[in-house]
Design a protein around this ligand. Structure first.
Ligand code: ZN
Length: 323
């Protein structure tokens, strides 16, 4: 693997490479960021770089250590909690057992701990002891979605590495080999999370399917009378767990309608639907606060207001704006 195969996170890559070249590798790193940001991929490449016999700016991919890492078969690379389940005291005991042994083949041992926030309290306490006196030839890389979920005493002993959302342009560049008309949509709907963009392209993420459903719903809300809102109740009932993302897709649609109405088509996200956006915008009330209203609905649902009532009111409001 190569650093250049992971999109974005340039600052992180530079600082990791520099730490190896300057011989300033920390004994424990904490990679923090949302799911799908490439934390695990970058942890693996960093591990490979630490074990590689000819590391320069990239691991060589040719030495015996690189070959073994690439086939997930290096005895000095340990991946803990590969399945993302909870991390029990036994798992940490295994880590402690191997961390105090000499490396088998490389100069160092590397431990990647996935979803480190899933350590049980007993496991976390055991782990803390290793962090107090880590053996010099070991490097630990903890991965987490949120460092606040870890014991502060663990966080303070790690070098924190925060993953940031990747720009749309970087995602598009990374996806350029996908000969797919959906690249633009994937980049726009991925919210800067590369793996989400890839999943959208591959169809492993249902955002585009949901988008289709929502466009149909808009069509019905706009073209039928208020009775239709009660007919849509089943759909919204089923979407209760994803209402956040549903409202977000709806907001993007309305936002696009506003751009089209104001002759700003280049800013439209749903570029494949310009004609329909124009049609939907025909009767739209100017200067509506509907987007703000919908954002509030989304927030209110999180604070447990009556779900059905909140959704009905939102749909009625949309209908009002488009009549
Ligand atoms: Zn190598």
């Amino acid at each position: 693997m190569l650093y250049s195969q992971v999109a974005g996170q340039e600052e992180i890559k530079t600082s990791l490479i520099k730490s190896i070249n300057n011989n300033q590798v920390s004994h424990c790193y904490l990679f923090e960021g949302p799911e799908g940001m490439g934390k695990f991929e970058l942890a693996l490449i960093f591990a490979q770089s630490l074990l590689c016999l000819n590391f320069h700016k990239e691991p060589c991919n040719e030495c015996k250590n690189c070959i073994k890492v690439n086939s997930y078969n290096h005895p000095d690379l340990h991946i803990i909690n590969e399945d993302g389940n909870s991390i029990k005291r036994e798992d940490i005991d295994m880590l402690i057992n191997s961390i105090y042994n000499k490396p088998y083949e490389a100069k160092r041992k590397v431990f990647i701990i996935k979803d480190a926030h899933l350590m049980t309290p007993r496991a976390a306490n055991g782990f803390l002891k290793t962090l107090e006196e880590p053996p010099g030839d070991s490097v630990m890389i903890l991965l987490t979605i949120n460092s606040n979920l870890l014991l502060p005493t663990i966080v303070s002993r790690c070098q924190e590495v925060k993953f940031r959302n990747v720009s749309k342009e970087t995602i598009k560049l990374f996806l350029k080999d996908f000969d797919d008309k959906n690249v633009e949509l994937a980049a726009n709907y991925s919210k800067g999370i590369l793996n989400k963009a890839i999943n959208i392209i591959n169809g492993n993420d249902d955002t585009l399917k949901k988008r289709k459903e929502i466009i149909k719903i808009f069509d019905r809300i706009i073209n039928f009378d208020s009775e239709i809102i009660y007919e849509l109740e089943n759909y919204f009932d089923e979407q209760k767990d994803n209402i956040d993302s549903i409202i977000e897709i709806m907001i993007m649609w309305i936002r696009d309608i506003m751009f089209v109405k104001n002759n700003m088509e280049d800013l439209v996200i749903n570029k494949d639907c310009i004609e329909l956006l124009k049609t939907h915008g025909t009767n739209m009330t100017k200067d509506s606060d509907i987007i703000e209203y919908m954002q509030n609905t989304s927030d209110n649902i999180k604070s447990n207001v009556n779900y059905k009532l909140a959704v009905d009111n939102m749909l009625l409001r949309i209908q009002e704006v488009f009549k």
